[in-house]
Design a protein around this ligand. Structure first.
Ligand SMILES: Nc1nc2c(ncn2[C@@H]2O[C@H](COP(=O)(O)OP(=O)(O)OP(=O)(O)O)[C@@H](O)[C@H]2O)c(=O)[nH]1
Ligand SMILES: [Mg+2]
Length: 517
């Protein structure tokens, strides 16, 4: 009876996991003895037959976890990972050589051809595949890890996961649990965990480069250096308490780190670029040109665009969320005036803005552009200009002329979105400008210091910064209080890498991982 329950329960676990990707129900318990399996047996090992009153292993007791680590569905290869103290037992029970005999002793970190079988009936072949055994602690999780590579098809993967589910010491992994074990084992710190998650999510080249650096431990090193510096100062201050001599702390370090944090965060979330300008200037045409599709409605009627239309794009390797907005003008039309208000808010809330003007309508003389009054208040040092409709002005209008027009910014491009004249130069110029603006150069990844990409890092840095500022306020008579501030500052920096009491943030960090990572 119990055996049937166990079989059905495990079936249910793997099936729901595969097909619907839902979280595995936790309370399901599997009956098993705690002894090891006899892997050479060809029948279902009698020691594992479930009996009434057999000890039950809880989820917590089953320390070996497994999951499909590649996306479900049809593909050349699916990778199934097993990690934990019983990974090598799982290998003995699940894998056979081409003759159907148990595999020889694992040669760690070496790919090996194998057959995957049902542990209850080792003569039943599930698939031909490859396996690699990582001996802990030289593995991602720092535990023994077995990776089984089979053909990726729903039925194959389901059969293999079902087979693993029958091993009483194994349980399905929670989302991010492999990475959490790597963190617990000291293989990675929290910044690397976040880097890994961002790497999986990266959609543009810059995001990939930044995430790879974080995952590789560059941030970890940077924060460790910072923390060591503070602790060094603290030691000096404590020496001052004891012996009357001291040392100062460098003031600019935190401010610089904080500024970089803000920039990095923008890159991770996408640069918000708002297109704005008077009606009929070609704003929606620009959005369509950038998106390379008819995302926005374009007509010759001024006031066509009423609402905000956002498109996420990759411009020069940077993630940019481009917003098309309603043309700015005084209007009695209720709907349009709401659109104009939204446009203003959008421009003010953006990281960078692009003012589109129709040359035909704004060119006063050969050397002067008249910026409409409705547009003027929104122009800031973060505004760039695109002079559109060069095809409608008498002489061909080059970028050289545009730069001489007395506009409040040197970044000015002239194009015709209809004929495409000037468009390639504009596109490469915009990409270079964005990279410059955000201090990024995808090409020279190595020279860059790591950039802070998470609000969590910034929050801790700001806290640390406040404590350092407080420390700097104290004079030599208050060194005891000053030392306390430094201690808090070091703690705040330690929280970034997870070295200090971070239980509360762990769940938040690992929650967003997929199962199998
Ligand atoms: N001749 C010429 N016409 C253009 C050019 N770019 C856009 N247009 C035309 O200008 C008109 C207005 O273009 P839109 O892109 O809708 O302008 P908009 O700024 O979004 O206008 P609103 O949404 O009304 O604020 C359309 O008829 C476009 O085809 C250009 O470079 N040359
Ligand atoms: Mg429009």
């Amino acid at each position: 009876m119990w055996y049937t329950f166990r079989y059905n329960a495990n079936n249910l676990i793997s099936r729901s996991f595969i097909t619907r990707n839902i979280r595995v129900p936790r309370p399901i318990r599997v009956l098993a003895t705690q002894t090891k399996w006899n892997s050479t047996s060809t029948t279902f090992p009698s020691r594992l037959r479930v009996r009434e009153n057999t000890p039950v292993l809880s989820d917590a007791q089953r320390k070996t976890i497994y999951a499909l680590s590649s996306p479900p569905g049809k593909a050349g290869v699916a990778v199934i990972r097993i990690s934990g103290p019983e990974a090598s037992t799982a290998r003995e029970l699940l894998l056979r050589n081409s003759k159907g005999s148990p595999l020889a002793q694992a040669e760690p970190w070496k790919m090996q051809r194998c057959r995957v079988v049902n542990p209850e009936r080792p003569d039943q072949l599930l698939d031909d595949g490859l396996s690699v055994f990582f001996r802990g602690p030289k593995s991602f999780t720092t535990e023994d890890v077995l990776e089984i590579h089979v053909h990726s098809g729903r039925a194959i993967v389901a059969a293999v996961l079902n087979a693993i589910a029958q091993l009483p010491f194994c349980r399905p992994a929670e989302p991010g649990e492999f990475t959490r074990r790597a963190f617990n084992g000291g293989r990675v710190d929290l910044t690397q965990v976040e880097g890994l998650r961002d790497l999986i999510d990266a959609e543009t080249e810059t995001q990939r480069v930044m995430a790879l650096r974080a995952a590789g431990g560059e941030m970890r090193e940077q924060f460790e250096r910072l923390r060591t510096d503070i602790i060094h100062c603290l030691a000096m201050v404590e020496a001052l308490i004891d012996f009357g001599e001291g040392e100062d702390i460098e003031e600019g370090v935190f401010e610089q780190a904080r500024q970089e944090a803000i920039q990095g965060e923008i890159i991770r979330n996408g640069i918000r670029l708002a297109i704005f300008g008077p009606p009929n200037a070609g704003k929606s045409s620009l959005l369509n040109f950038l998106a390379q599709r008819e995302a926005a409605i374009v007509t010759p009627i001024p006031g066509t665009t009423r609402d905000i239309l956002e498109v996420s794009l990759d411009i020069g390797g940077l993630p940019v969320i481009v917003a098309d907005t309603a043309g700015l003008r005084q209007t009695d039309d209720v709907v349009e005036s709401i659109g104009v208000e939204r446009a203003r808010n959008m421009v003010q809330g953006s990281d960078i803005s692009l003012c589109v003007l129709s040359l035909q309508e704004t060119l006063e003389s050969k050397t002067a552009i008249k910026i409409p009054r409705s547009v003027q208040p929104l122009i800031t040092p973060n505004t760039y200009f695109l002079l559109n409709k060069t095809d409608l002005v008498p002489n061909s209008f080059g970028v050289k002329d545009a730069a001489d027009l007395g506009l409040p910014h040197e970044r000015v491009w002239a194009v015709s979105l209809t004929t495409g004249e000037g468009a390639p130069e504009f596109l490469s110029g915009l990409a270079a400008t964005l990279q410059e603006h955000f201090h990024l150069d995808c090409g020279s990844a190595s020279s860059q210091a790591p950039i802070i990409t998470h609000a969590r890092h910034r929050a801790h840095l700001e806290t640390a910064s406040r404590f350092i500022e407080a420390f700097l306020q104290y004079d030599a008579n208050d060194v005891v209080l000053g030392a306390e501030e430094l201690r808090y500052a070091a703690q705040a920096v330690g929280k970034i890498s997870g070295l200090i009491d971070v239980e509360d943030v762990l769940d938040a960090v690992f929650r967003d991982f997929c199962i199998g990572k």
